[in-house]
Ligand binder design. Structure first.
Ligand code: NAD
Length: 435
C-alpha cells in the first residue's frame, strides 16, 4: 500500500499551558522523577550535574517565503540532552506551544527512554513554533527545509537522528532527509527515522508503539496474576498508538469496554468491536458517529471501572484532580507524560500498577533504531523479523524494570528512571570527562 503522505488533520489538541501551571510543567515533571531516582542511586554530585544539563541547545530563526509574498520568521529549536550512549534520537514537533523548556524536557526524556530499552542512542528533541495546519504544503516544505538547514551542523546518522512527533509525519521526514542529503551530495537515509517505507523506512514502524504497549501490558497482567483473556481495557486516544494497541489487545482476547478521541468517548460493557471502530475512524477521521455504546466524556473514560487504563492521547490527563477516582488496576502510559508527577503519589497510595511512558511507549523508538540499522546496513528485514526483535526488547526491558522495582521496593516509574540513569551514568564513568 502506498504511503499516506497527508498531514494529520486530527492533530493533538494540547491542554492550555496555564491550566495547572506547576503541575504540568514538562521540565519539572521530568526533573522531579529524575531527582528521586538519582537520590536512590546515590548518584555522584558531578554526574548529577552533568545529567541535569543538556549538552547542546540550538535556537534558529527560520525565515519562510509565504505564498502571499510576505516573509514570516519562525523560531526553531534542537536540543541534544545526552549523547554518551550514541547519536541523539528524538522527534521534531511543529506546534504553537513549543518552548525551549519543553524541548529540553523532551530531549532528556528521550535519553532515558533509549537507555531503558538499551538501544545505542542518546536523547534529542526539536521543534518549530508554528501552526502547521495554517500553512500550505509549499510553506510547510520551505519551513522544514530551512529549519533543517539551520540545524544541519548537529544532524547526521552518527550524531543526531530526528523522527516525527506532534504534527510532523513521514512526508516531513522525507524533506529533512532530502535537504540533508543535498548538502552532503549523496543520499543519506539513516539521518532520520519514521520515513516512508519506499525510501528506507521500516516495516512495522507504524504499529510499533501500540505493539510495544500490548507487550508490556501482557507482561503486567501476567505479573499480577490477571488473565489477558477477558481483561477489560479503556483506551483514551484512537490514533496511531491507541487504535493499534486496542486492536492488538482485542486480538489477544481483552475486552475493550471504552474508547475515546477528541470527539468524546464510548462505553460498552459487552465490549467494543475494535475492528469496526478502526474502520469508522479511518473513514471519518474521528470516532464521532460511532455509536455502539453509551456516549461518555473523556473524563469519565479515565475513571471507568476497568482492569487496564491506556492513556494514548495527551500529556497531563491524570492529575491530582482525578487520580483519586481512577479505578483501573493497571495504567499503561501509551502517551508521553499522561500523568503529572504530583499524581504519582496518589496512584501509588491506591496500589495502581503504572507502566511508565518511557517504558510503555518505547516500542516506537525501538523500531526507529531497527530502521536506522537497516538503512546503515542497506538490508531490510521482514515485518515478522521486526516484530520478533521488538517483542524480545520490550519483554526484556519490562523484566529488567520489574526486577529493579522489587529489589529497591520502588514503583515501576522510579525503577524505570533508576535503570535508565544507571545505564547512562555507567557510560559516563567508563568514558570519563574529556578535558
Ligand atoms: P495521533 O495523532 O495518531 O492520535 C492522537 C489521538 O488523540 C487521536 O485519536 C485524537 O483524536 C486524540 N485526542 C486529541 N485530543 C484529545 C483530547 N482532548 N481528548 C481525548 N483524545 C484526544 O497521535 P499518536 O501518534 O497516537 O500519539 C499519541 C500519544 O502517544 C502522544 O502523547 C505521543 O507523544 C505518544 N507517542 C507516540 C508515539 C508514536 O510512535 N506515534 C511514540 C511514543 C509516544
Amino acid at each position: 500500500m502506498a504511503t499516506d503522505l497527508r498531514l494529520p488533520t486530527d492533530r493533538i489538541v494540547r491542554p492550555d499551558k496555564d491550566r495547572f501551571l506547576n503541575e504540568v510543567n514538562p521540565f519539572e515533571a521530568m526533573m522531579s522523577r529524575f531527582d528521586r531516582a538519582a537520590e536512590l542511586l546515590d548518584l555522584e554530585p558531578g554526574l548529577y550535574r552533568i545529567l541535569r544539563h543538556a549538552e547542546k541547545q540550538i535556537i534558529v530563526s527560520v525565515p519562510v517565503a509565504m505564498d502571499n509574498g510576505e516573509i514570516e520568521v519562525y523560531t526553531g529549536y534542537r536540543v541534544l540532552h545526552n549523547t554518551s550512549r550514541g547519536p541523539g534520537k528524538g522527534g521534531i514537533r511543529f506546534d504553537l506551544q513549543v518552548t525551549l523548556d519543553e524541548v529540553k524536557a523532551l530531549a532528556a526524556w528521550m535519553t532515558w527512554k533509549c537507555a531503558v530499552v538499551n538501544i545505542p542512542f542518546g536523547g534529542a528533541k526539536g521543534g518549530v513554533v508554528c501552526d502547521p495546519l495554517r500553512l500550505s504544503v509549499g510553506e510547510l516544505e520551505r519551513l522544514t527545509r530551512r529549519y533543517t538547514a539551520g540545524i544541519i551542523s548537529t544532524l547526521g546518522p552518527d550524531s543526531d537522528v530526528p523522527a516525527p512527533d506532534v504534527n510532523t509525519n513521514e512526508r516531513v521526514m522525507a524533506w529533512v532527509m532530502d535537504t540533508y542529503s543535498m548538502h552532503k551530495g549523496h543520499t543519506v537515509t539513516a539521518v532520520v527515522t519514521g520515513k516512508p517505507v519506499e525510501m528506507g523506512g521500516s516495516l512495522g514502524r507504524r504499529e510499533a508503539t501500540g505493539r510495544g504497549c500490548m507487550i508490556v501490558m501482557r507482561q503486567a497482567l501476567k505479573h499480577l496474576g490477571m488473565p489477558m483473556r477477558g481483561a477489560t481495557v479503556a483506551v483514551q486516544g484512537f490514533g496511531n498508538v491507541g487504535s493499534v494497541a486496542a486492536q492488538l489487545l482485542y486480538r489477544e482476547g481483552c475486552k475493550i469496554t471504552a474508547i475515546g478521541d477528541r470527539s468524546g468517548a464510548i462505553h460498552n460493557e459487552a465490549g467494543i468491536d475494535v475492528d469496526a471502530a478502526i474502520e469508522h475512524a479511518q473513514k471519518h477521521r474521528s470516532l464521532d458517529g460511532f455509536n455502539t455504546g453509551e456516549r461518555i466524556s473523556n473524563e469519565e473514560l479515565l475513571t471507568a471501572d476497568v482492569d487496564v487504563l491506556l492513556p494514548a492521547a495527551l500529556e497531563n490527563v491524570i492529575t491530582t484532580k482525578n487520580a483519586g477516582q481512577i479505578r483501573a488496576r493497571i495504567i499503561c502510559e501509551g502517551a508521553n507524560g499522561p500523568t503529572t508527577a504530583a499524581a504519582d503519589a496518589i496512584l501509588d497510595e491506591k496500589g495502581i500498577f503504572v507502566i511508565p511512558d518511557i517504558l510503555a511507549n518505547a516500542g516506537g523508538v525501538t523500531v526507529s533504531y531497527f530502521e536506522w540499522v537497516q538503512d546503515r546496513g542497506g538490508y531490510f528485514w521482514t515485518e515478522d523479523s521486526v516484530n520478533d526483535r521488538l517483542l524480545q526488547i520490550m519483554e526484556r526491558s519490562f523484566i529488567d524494570v520489574l526486577e529493579l522495582s522489587k529489589r529497591h521496593k520502588v514503583n515501576m516509574r522510579t525503577a524505570t528512571y533508576m535503570l535508565a540513569i544507571s545505564r547512562v551514568a555507567t557510560v559516563h564513568r567508563l568514558r570519563g570527562i574529556y578535558a
